[in-house]
Write a protein that binds this ligand. Structure first.
Ligand SMILES: C[S@@+](CC[C@H](N)C(=O)[O-])C[C@H]1O[C@@H](n2cnc3c(N)ncnc32)[C@H](O)[C@@H]1O
Length: 214
């Protein structure tokens, strides 16, 4: 999202959940954030634990942001949101609305678990069953490895990379980039105590970051 650029002042966090990422954008970069979510309980957690004068938390219904004018915001992000939505129509509505509120040249970054490493055991999670092939939009069982040692079991949806490219292109985004980092680069590789924890993350990308530009 080029948060270091001085002309990036305002950020939309679509699907902000408890506000962790929005708070990092504010404390790390001093930006103004509009943080929206479809879950009122999530927003309550965000407001009670991460209230900040630079974060405007809002409830969103049907992917509509009537309180944001066209071309108003500099950049946008959605972290772990699309894998929690089982409908292409709903995902497309979100992407179209993000496109409307971004200024020309504004970038939209989408972070999700990587569909190409479904079933791979990572240190902190596994999305889907090993060796199983998932269809577009199929539900997967996700195991989150908690610090307590117990797994938390969730369900999410498998979306291939082509889906991200399709919904961004259909909404009007261009210059689409896909990033698949692995954890051999600093800061993780530079910290031996952390580096020892990572195994498959060193060779296979746990996450996918898709960026489009208006
Ligand atoms: C796994 S959480 C991620 C929260 C946050 N982005 C983070 O990375 O910590 C996914 C969030 O997306 C929200 N969400 C899912 N579908 C949505 C929709 N159609 N409209 C708005 N928010 C939605 C959920 O309520 C939830 O808070």
């Amino acid at each position: 999202m080029r948060l270091g650029d001085p002309d990036v002042r305002t950020v939309l966090d679509f699907g902000c959940g408890p506000g962790k990422v929005a708070e990092r954008v504010v404390t790390g970069y001093g930006k103004q954030v509009v943080a929206v979510d479809g879950s009122a309980p999530m927003l309550e957690i965000a407001k009670s634990t991460r209230a900040n004068p630079r974060i405007d938390y809002r409830l969103v219904r049907d992917a509509r942001l009537p309180f944001v004018a066209d071309d108003a915001l500099d950049v946008a992000m959605s972290c772990y949101v699309f894998i929690n939505i089982g409908s292409v129509d709903v995902i497309s509505s979100i992407v179209r609305e993000v496109y409307r509120v971004l200024r020309p040249g504004g970038r939209y970054a989408i972070l999700d678990t990587n569909p190409d490493t479904t079933g791979v055991e990572f240190t902190t999670f596994r999305s889907g069953d090993p060796g199983r092939r998932y269809e577009r939009g199929e539900q997967r069982t996700v195991l989150l490895r908690q610090r307590s040692g117990e797994d938390m079991t969730l369900l999410d949806f498998h979306w291939p990379k082509a889906l991200y490219r399709q919904v961004l292109t259909d909404a009007g985004f261009g210059s689409i980039e896909m990033h698949e980092p692995i954890l051999t680069d600093p800061p993780d590789a530079a910290d031996p105590s952390r580096a020892r924890r990572w195994v498959n993350e060193q060779a296979q990308p746990p996450f996918l970051i898709v960026v489009g530009e208006k």
